[in-house]
Structure formats: C-alpha cells, structure tokens
Design a protein around this ligand. Sequence first.
Ligand code: ADP
Ligand code: MG
Length: 363
Amino acid sequence: MTVRWRAPGRVNLIGEHTDYNAGLALPFAIEQGCTATVSVAQHGFTVTSAQNGEQVTVDDLHELPDGWVRYALGPAAVLASRGVDVPPLRVEIDSDVPLGAGLSSSAAVVCSVTTALDDLLGLDLSPDDLLAVSRAAENDVVGAPTGGLDQLASLRCEAGQVLRCDFADFSTELVPFDPAAHGLTVLVVDTRVEHGHAGGEYAARRHACEQAATRLGLGSLREVTDLPAALVALDRPEDGELRRCTRHVATENARVQEVVELLRAGDVPRIGPLLSASHASLRDDFRVTVPELDLAAATLEEAGALGARMTGGGFGGCVIALVPVDRVDAAVRAVERAFAGAGHRAPVSFTARPSAGASRLDA
Ligand code: ADP
Ligand code: MG
C-alpha cells in the first residue's frame, strides 16, 4: 500500500519569538507544501528528495546521518522510540516550499511524513499526538529547537483562516482572514538571505527570555502583566538585553490579541500598523532582523503597504506585507529596485493566500 499526504509551509502573520515564551502567534498555511509518498518496503529505510535528487537508505532509524534525512525519517524514528513497530519504509518527499527561507519547509516535510505514517500504519494518532511526533522529529531527531509554531500551522490551518496558537497550552483556534474582501493581499518577499546560520542567535534569544522570566520570578514571559514594573525590576546595568527581550515578547503578545480582535470584527485594514509595529519591535528590541529585512519592510510601506514585517525567526528569510491588490506590482518593483541599489541579491516575491493544512492526496 502507498499513501500520499501533503503538508504546507506557513507564514506567521504576527506573533514572532512568542512560541517558546508560552505566548501567542497567528500563522496561516501557504499554498506551497511538501508531498510525502510513503510505502512499506522489503528492507531498510529509503528516502528520496525531489529537490536535492538524493536517495539514501539506512538500516537503523536510531543511526540517521546528519542533514535532510533526519527530517524525512525523523517521524519514523520518533514513532519507533515510542514503541511503534515501524516496518521497512520507502519515503519520497517533493516540496515547493523554498528551503531555509523562513516559510517552514522543514515542518512541511516532518508533518507530511508524520501524517502519512499515521495513515499507512493505521495508528489513529490524535491531533495532540501528531503535533508531538512532528515536533519531536525536528526538536529531538534533527536537534532544531523550534517552539512548535511551524508544526501546529502545517497540521491545523484551514483555507481562509489564520490559526490563533496559544503556547501556554498549545490550544488553537481558527480566525477568519479574508484580505481579498478588502481589496488587499499578503505579499511575501523572500530576501534570499538564508537564516540557516542563525542557530546560535536563536539559542541566545531563547536563553535571554528564560533568564528574564527567572529574574522576574515567572514561569515564562507570557505571565508579564505589568510591563513597566517588569522593566523596572530588571535593573542591573547589564540587563539591557533582558529588558528589550521582555518588552518585545510582552508587546508582541498584546499585538497578536489585537489583530485577532480586529479580524473577528472583519476589520482587516487596521491590522496593518500592528504588523509594522511588530517589525519595529523585532528590529529594535529583539534584534533579529538584518538590513535586507529592514529595507524590504520599509520599501513596501513606502510603496503603499498598510503594514509590513519580517516573518519567521529572523536573520534572513521573508517579509510579509498587507498590500492593496492594485499596488502589488509597483511594490514588487520598488523592492527589486531598492535591493539592486543596495547591492543585495534580487528578492523573490509572491502573494500568499491562507490555505489548508495537512491533507491526504490520492496515492
Ligand atoms: P525553513 O523551515 O525555514 O525552510 P529550516 O532550516 O528549518 O528552514 O529547514 C530547512 C531544511 O529542511 C533544509 O536544509 C533541509 O535539510 C530540509 N528540507 C526541507 N525541505 C526539503 C526537501 N524538499 N528535500 C530535502 N530536504 C528538505
Ligand atoms: Mg524550519
């Protein structure tokens, strides 16, 4: 038997670096995704990727080579370590999510394979188990300390909606998001600065957030209720970074909630300034932008976007902007000109529509 599942990449509309702070985020799935075609084999575990053209066979799920094979076989390894009797497998992945662009090509792989294995092996995993297995594939098998946002989005998003994710308890709620009804679209600009080198910076921000929460006597920065008082309490001369990280996380959670309320009221245009405020906070307080991200966001705003912000972990990757449909072409050209003028690599732009999460395809 062969099963085929497709799981999408995502953009995060707002709520960045909040997931590992037990906070709020608001991703939606994009049309691009990874298709995993999985069948039982005679022996060994064979993976292929249509993107790198490689085929690799391993005998032992607990001795995977480093690199992309860990994403493709990570879910099988997690299931095996949880006591599932995983048979020899053939796993083919084929994705149109750009790799390393902050659009979660990695979650698209692990979620498509996790859902395919659930189906193929008749495991009947609950939504929470699907999340746990796909997260463990990235966190434990690959060793990427992601906070769960990417996998939640890839598994649970639906067309025409954003997914309010609350990382205090990993609960999710769909919120309608229909920019087209307002003559608007979400433009994604991939700066083509790969964020892959940023592991150390990501770990440093996580550490700063944990330190700040500990100093404040809190379980996480989500619990900050009085931001001015928290900033006063972080009073040592060397606390500048802790204060800035605390301010980003607290204000970002508040912005997510404001966006949710505006979307529930059907007021899409008014989310624009909140997107821009999020970018400023990530640039000035959390300090995870790079010149290409700042230039793209500023240029898009000048070209008529109602708001623009980096999306994903930062240090590269993409900017999203809420743009009137009739200004998309001009905005794309403006960013291309600005990048050429600054000597940056040419960016790649596309519009994104809130799309469906993981789903079964005909095999
Ligand atoms: P992002 O998730 O933002 O795209 P990551 O660094 O988290 O960036 O994940 C990118 C990695 O995922 C790649 O370096 C590769 O190892 C793996 N990957 C994603 N898609 C594929 C694919 N189609 N084929 C092979 N490996 C892939
Ligand atoms: Mg990723």
